[in-house]
Structures are given as structure tokens and as C-alpha cells.
Design a protein around this ligand. Structure first.
Ligand SMILES: *[C@@H]1O[C@H](CO)[C@@H](O)[C@H](O)[C@H]1NC(C)=O
Length: 436
């Protein structure tokens, strides 16, 4: 009797095990790639060695043939000078810049230096040092002509996944990094801006980093601190050089590409400064000189993830017609922690004269991935996946570009999406270059 019961129990147990295994395998078939969980913060000690030692060095494009070098020193009297030249240890040139600092509740920033250097030769390696102090850094200027390659990754943060993404970008051959918002995830803890600066320094001191702001840059405390104070102090972008009055939106030309950085968290309605600036900037675009038109902002207009649905509807209503009339080729956004690529699209429908929209908020921040997608997949959505990774946009010539997305498979970069994109130049689409 007892034995019989045991056998029955054993049989039942085996059966459930088998059923369970089958179910797991089936699920495994449906989900071909198992997304890894978020990783812990990548902790860098925040302990500046000597007070005038330059730290958090990063560079950005600052008008034709010029680069802005930015760094931080804890020593408030350290000079804002950059010495530079084309061979190591020999600094034939020297430029003087400016410095700023900010306080944030109890936090006092170090001295933040911004020094514009140039004119520089195209596609050339320069060696430089900041504030008259070692170490020596080096960067390469972008080429004047095609091909030119952009690395793209948004919503970076500073976790183990961020480190993985940065390592993969470091392995690729690229000229300029584009970042559609959400940099440090300091989230009010100001020294995390400093550790982020240290984390990205190896890359951001070697290639221009062109960034725009996301919601994590706001850090607004009513009546206490203004919004974007840390971001604007540390990540000064070429807004003056592009006729903008705000660091939150600007544009730049690089090797035949006109790139516009917009602000999702500043006014965008038809009467706003940003709208007026965008309209004027688009009118100035000469597609003979810059056949490609690329736009970045934080909150995606075309997004079929469950996360952040509809958040950019107002901005899209206001600004999409401007970009359409100007023939924008590619729009990058972040915010949604996943990857998605659309067809050329306009006004919610596939349109051969609209832009390709790419959401690439998958740099690896602490909040993890946005895994849920809306069903059915909208007809404009071509590829969507919730994994961490980065993108590479290689502009081959005035009409052809190659876009690829590289997912972090554990710690290996794996090219998971690739498409060739042709520019709207010569497409017969409306009024390229003839805006009113
Ligand atoms: C641009 O590159 C594409 C792809 O390599 C090539 O087919 C095309 O002929 C090139 N066009 C010009 C004008 O060089």
C-alpha cells in the first residue's frame, strides 16, 4: 500500500518535471535571446588625486574646425589653458578658455573649464594637455568628407552594462559620438556627475561627444536650484556657435552631415524660441554642402514600446512638419530603454519622404530594460528589441549610409540589426533646401 503510493507520487513528480521542462523549452523557442538583468552601478572612487589635476576630460565640436575641451579641477585657481599639437609632448599651440562652477544644495562643484581650440586640421590626431598639467590626452578630428561614422547610444548611466556598451564603442572605428539624452543618472546626487565624467573620459577625451538633454538632466528643485544646472555647466555644447540662445538645443556640421540637437524638456510650441531657432536653422541648411540631415532628441515620436507612450505627442505635432518639409533623413531618440527602428514615416504613417526614426535608449542605465511592446506591431515599425547595445551610423557618401545596431550579448557586441539608408537627396521629395 505504502509502496504503491510512493510509486504514484514518484510518477506524478516525473510527469510534472517533464511538463515543466517542455514548457521551458517552448518558451525558450519563442524568446530567442534571454535578456540579462540590469547590472549594478559601476563604482569609481571619487577622489581627485591632486587638486589641479585635470579630470573628467571630454571634447565636443565647437564650430568649423574648432573643438571645445572641457575638464574639472578641484583647485579653483587652476588656469583654463589647453596646450596642443600634432606630435606627442610638443605643444605648438595654446588656447585660453573660461571656467565656471555651481553649487547644488550642499554640493560645491570643482572648477569646470571650457576651452575652444583651433583652427584644427581635419582627420588629424592631436595631443593635448589641460591646465598646464599632465597627463597628455589625444583626439582625432573628424574628416572633412565622407565617409564619416557616428557611434550612437543614449540613456547611458554608469552601471556594469554602461561599461560594456562603452567598451564596445571603443572597439569600433568612429569619428563622433551622438548621445540622445540621459547621461549620468546622477539623479540629484551631484558627485555622480563627477564619477560619470571619469567613466566616460577614456572615450570622450578622444572623440567629440555631442549630447542633448534627457529627463535625468533636469534635477530641478523648486525655489532651490534651477533645472539643468549641472548639465549646462558641465556639458557645454556649441549653441552660441549655431545661433541658439540655449545649451538645450543647437546644431553642427560635420563632414557633410547637418546634425540638429533638440530639447524635449524645453518649450517647443510654435511660438517658442526653440521652434523659431529650429525653423531658422533648417532654412540655413545647404544640402549641397551637407546632403544628410540628422536630428536627435530624447523622447521618441515613434515608439511602439509600452514605456513612455505618447509623451512626445505635443512636440511631434509642433515640430514634425518642419523636419518633414526640410527632408530630415534620420531621427535618433532615447528615453525608452530598448531599440526600435522604423521605416521612413510621417504623421503616423509610412511615408517615403519622412525620416527613419531610431530609438536607442539602451546604453545600460540602472533602471533596466523596457521589455513590453504593443501588439500588433505598427506598420511603420520594422525592428524592435529590448536589449542593451549601441549603434553605428556610417555615412558612405552623399546618398548612401549604413546603419547597424550592436547588442551586448553578455559582454560580446553582436550586430543584430543592419540596414542601408539612402538620403532624401535626389529622391524627389518635396522642398529639400527650399523652405519658406
Ligand atoms: C555611394 O555609395 C553606394 C554604396 O557603396 C554606391 O552604390 C554609390 O554608387 C555611391 N554613390 C556615389 C555618388 O559615389
Amino acid at each position: 500500500m505504502e509502496l504503491k503510493l510512493k510509486i504514484i507520487l514518484l510518477l506524478l513528480l516525473s510527469l510534472t518535471t517533464i511538463l515543466f521542462i517542455c514548457a521551458t523549452v517552448r518558451a525558450g523557442e519563442e524568446v530567442e535571446y534571454l535578456r540579462p538583468p540590469p547590472r549594478k552601478a559601476f563604482r569609481l572612487p571619487w577622489d581627485p588625486k591632486s587638486s589641479s589635476q585635470p579630470q573628467q576630460v571630454h571634447i565636443s565640436l565647437a564650430g568649423d574646425k574648432h573643438i571645445r575641451v572641457s575638464w574639472v579641477t578641484t583647485d579653483k585657481s587652476s588656469p583654463s589653458i589647453v596646450e596642443y599639437g600634432t606630435s606627442t609632448g610638443k605643444y605648438s599651440y595654446r588656447a585660453q578658455g573660461e571656467s565656471t562652477k555651481y553649487s547644488y544644495v550642499l554640493y560645491r562643484s570643482g572648477m569646470i573649464h571650457h576651452t575652444v581650440i583651433g583652427p584644427l586640421q581635419d582627420n588629424t590626431v592631436y595631443f593635448y594637455r589641460c591646465g598646464g598639467e599632465d597627463p597628455e590626452f589625444q583626439f582625432k578630428t573628424p574628416p572633412s568628407k565622407f565617409p564619416v561614422t557616428f557611434a550612437v547610444a543614449g540613456d547611458l548611466g554608469q552601471t556594469g552594462w554602461t561599461k560594456s556598451t562603452l567598451d564596445h564603442i571603443d572597439q569600433c572605428k568612429y569619428d563622433v559620438h551622438l548621445l540622445p539624452g540621459d547621461l549620468s543618472y546622477a539623479d540629484y546626487i551631484q558627485h555622480r556627475w563627477d564619477t560619470f565624467g571619469q567613466l566616460v573620459q577614456p572615450l570622450a577625451s578622444a572623440r567629440p561627444w555631442m549630447v542633448t538633454q534627457g529627463n535625468h538632466e533636469k534635477e530641478y528643485i523648486p525655489f532651490v536650484v534651477d533645472e539643468f544646472i549641472s548639465y549646462n555647466s558641465r556639458w557645454k555644447m556649441p549653441f552660441e556657435e549655431s545661433g541658439s540662445t540655449s545649451n538645450l538645443y543647437y546644431s553642427f556640421d560635420v563632414s557633410g552631415v547637418h546634425t540638429i540637437m533638440l530639447g524635449s524638456y524645453t518649450d517647443y510650441n510654435d511660438y517658442s524660441d526653440q521652434y523659431r531657432w529650429l525653423k531658422a536653422d533648417l532654412q540655413k541648411v545647404d544640402r549641397k554642402k551637407t546632403p544628410w540631415l540628422v536630428v536627435l532628441f530624447h523622447v521618441p515620436w515613434y515608439n511602439s514600446n509600452e514605456a513612455h507612450q505618447g509623451e512626445a505627442d505635443d512636440m511631434m505635432t509642433s515640430m514634425e512638419p518642419l523636419l518633414y518639409a526640410a527632408g530630415a533623413d534620420i531621427v535618433f531618440a532615447g528615453h525608452v530603454h530598448a531599440y526600435e527602428r522604423t521605416k521612413r514615416v510621417y504623421n503616423g504613417k509610412p511615408d517615403p519622404c519622412g525620416a527613419v526614426h531610431i530609438t536607442i535608449g539602451d546604453g545600460g542605465n540602472k533602471e533596466g530594460l523596457a521589455r513590453k511592446y504593443k501588439l500588433p506591431q505598427p506598420e511603420w515599425s520594422v525592428f524592435r528589441e529590448a536589449s542593451f547595445g549601441h549603434g553605428e551610423l556610417m555615412i558612405i557618401n552623399s546618398t548612401h549610409a549604413s546603419w547597424s545596431w550592436h547588442r551586448n550579448d553578455d559582454d560580446e557586441p553582436v550586430r543584430s540589426d543592419q540596414v542601408s539608408i539612402t538620403s532624401l537627396i535626389g529622391s524627389g521629395c518635396s522642398s529639400i533646401g527650399v523652405m519658406n
